[in-house]
Design a protein around this ligand. Structure first.
Ligand code: HEM
Length: 152
């Protein structure tokens, strides 16, 4: 009986395509898990912003500031941001692999995709984690009520 070759070094595993197949299996699992978590996060997000309270008309600076004063919403939005970008980015990677046949086209599109995903994650995270709910020179009527206690 023929036995499979013993591919021990990373170089041999890469050459055999085994590592790529393993990576694609992890990518497949990531898409299933992140998809399920994203459904929960996105529907909670839409429900809280559009249905509870005064609905979409309640969304202003104070509403966003009020949410991000709570670490729970900061983490929920951060998780939604990262998972949505990685899920969408990985999905686009598969589309590029399927439809871009020329090597240069694939390399350029993959580069643009990687940069776009990284920029959105970095900028979105900066917004969430450096957000100032009580900026000093702002009109007090636009700020959340807890800023009055902070200023006093
Ligand atoms: C009409 C529908 C939507 C409205 C009115 C809306 C509104 C908002 C508002 C007011 C915020 C600021 C913070 C917060 O409320 O949590 C926000 C943040 C966010 N939303 Fe939505 N949203 C909508 C749909 C979506 C959908 C469908 C997604 C996901 C695919 C999404 C992803 C996000 C993310 C990731 C953030 C955090 C942004 C950041 O990092 O700065 N939103 N949204």
């Amino acid at each position: 009986m023929m036995t499979a070759p013993d591919l021990t070094t990373p170089r041999e595993r890469i050459r055999s395509g085994r590592m790529r197949r393993q990576a694609e299996r992890w990518s497949w699992m990531f898409m299933r898990f992140s998809g399920a978590i994203l459904i929960l996060l996105i529907f909670t997000h839409l429900f809280v912003n559009l249905i509870t309270g005064d609905g979409v008309s309640q969304i202003d600076f104070a509403f966003v500031a009020g949410k991000w004063a709570d670490w729970w919403w900061q983490w929920a939005d951060f998780l939604m941001l990262v998972l949505a970008m990685l899920h969408g980015g990985n999905g686009m990677r598969l589309l590029i692999n399927d439809y871009a046949h020329r090597k240069t086209t694939r390399t350029v599109l993959m580069g643009v995709l990687g940069v776009a995903v990284a920029v959105v994650i970095v900028l979105g995270s900066l917004v969430i984690w450096t957000f100032d709910p009580c900026p000093v020179d702002a009109d007090p009527s636009l700020l959340p009520s807890f800023c009055a206690t902070v200023a006093a």
